[in-house]
Design a protein around this ligand. Structure first.
Ligand code: COI
Length: 355
């Protein structure tokens, strides 16, 4: 067992109403911390009371955004067991993000063990279905300096947030429009990595979309502004004339773990997914021809988010009568059933945490 120092919180909070959680608004009583210093490596893993992290105002993450994060969930089964969904994939991706942002890599086994210990301490904070415990691991650069170069000091931290649906509308279809003014990421940039800068770059589009009554934008590639990439902060899938398509991971798209699971699930159902470029022209043509049968976003927070309305230029297309389509529905049910232990897990996606 990993030697993690534990300092228990003597002032534990009252738990919120599980039915009014929203997303990412409440935090548990403890967090996991670990430090990095050049020459010493990652050291001092510890679980401490949740609270502010004192940092010098000159710390490099504040100025140059050397930061990475992950998002995953812990679920409470009907039998009261706590389990994770593919956490190994999240820690693997965290290290991929580390490489891109020149952050020293972390020991994935240690991270998983640390997470299990933290969630075991906080197990009373894991709500029942349909809510879950959202897990946010992140690394921030905290060298005190203003020079632009990789930091010599970092903090790894994990915080936990009991959360309900990401969208207030739950699994109801969302309205999106094709974003033509702003770009989220481009090949060679950071789009394929989970780092705050990508999300900061998306905020203005999100705000403008909301003002116009849309929940998300459909991002196009940053080079030709021609190919579909992601929807909001999710990967995106379309069913056009019987073919299920998702943009291929060409360097600017986040390799989503829900995306990967959806591809595996659909394949197991005999519905192969074409991972290929999908141009906005092809998508619009399919919409005009009535061949756009279904569309949905995938992500950890929302799981499956059906798209009911797509606006491209002045053309508005209602998809599947603005109702959740059969594939999105089956995917949502199957994924959430596996996550909460209501269905067997033939893929080995579930990692037990504690009873
Ligand atoms: C996800 O659902 O995977 C996301 O990335 C959303 C999160 C940043 C809140």
């Amino acid at each position: 067992m990993l030697d993690i120092k534990v300092t228990l919180n003597q002032n534990c909070k009252e738990k919120p109403d599980w039915f009014k959680l929203g997303f990412g608004k409440y935090f548990t009583d403890h967090m996991f911390l670990m430090d990095y210093e050049e020459g010493k490596g990652w050291h001092d893993p510890r679980i401490v009371p949740y609270g502010p992290i004192p940092m010098d105002p000159s710390c490099s993450c504040f100025h140059y955004a050397q930061e990475i994060f992950e998002g995953m969930k812990a679920y409470r089964t009907a039998e009261g067991k706590i389990q994770f969904f593919r956490p190994e994939e999240n820690f693997k991706r965290l290290n991929t993000s580390c490489e891109r942002l020149v952050v020293p890599k972390l020991d994935e086994e240690l991270l998983l063990e640390g997470l299990k210990q933290l969630v075991t301490i906080e197990k009373d904070w894991v709500p029942e279905s349909p809510a879950s415990l959202y897990i946010r691991p992140f690394v921030i650069a905290n060298q005190e300096m203003l020079g632009v170069h990789p930091s010599t000091h970092y903090i790894y931290c994990v915080i936990l947030s009991p959360s309900g649906a990401y969208y207030a509308s739950g699994i109801d279809p969302v309205k999106i429009y094709v974003e033509t003014k702003y770009v989220r990421a481009s090949r060679g940039g950071m789009g394929a990595y989970k780092t705050g800068g990508n999300y900061a770059a998306s905020l203005i589009a999100q705000e403008e979309a909301e003002k116009e009554g849309y929940s998300q934008v459909l991002w196009l590639d940053g080079v030709e502004r021609k190919y579909v990439e992601e929807v909001g902060s999710m990967n995106v899938f379309f069913k056009i004339n019987g073919e299920i398509i998702t943009p291929d991971l060409d360097g600017s798209i986040l390799p989503g773990i829900t995306r990967k699971s959806v591809i595996q699930l659909l394949e197991s159902w005999g519905m192969p997914v074409s991972e290929r470029k999908l141009s906005i022209d092809e998508l619009e043509q399919a919409a005009r021809d009535g061949k756009l049968e279904e569309a949905w976003g995938t992500g950890t927070a929302a799981v499956i988010s059906p798209i009911g309305e797509l606006k491209a230029g002045d053309t508005v297309t209602i998809i599947n009568n603005n109702e959740i389509g059969p594939i999105s529905h089956r995917l949502y049910d199957t994924l959430t059933d596996i996550q909460w232990g209501r269905q067997p897990d033939p893929f080995g996606w579930i990692t037990p945490c504690c009873d």
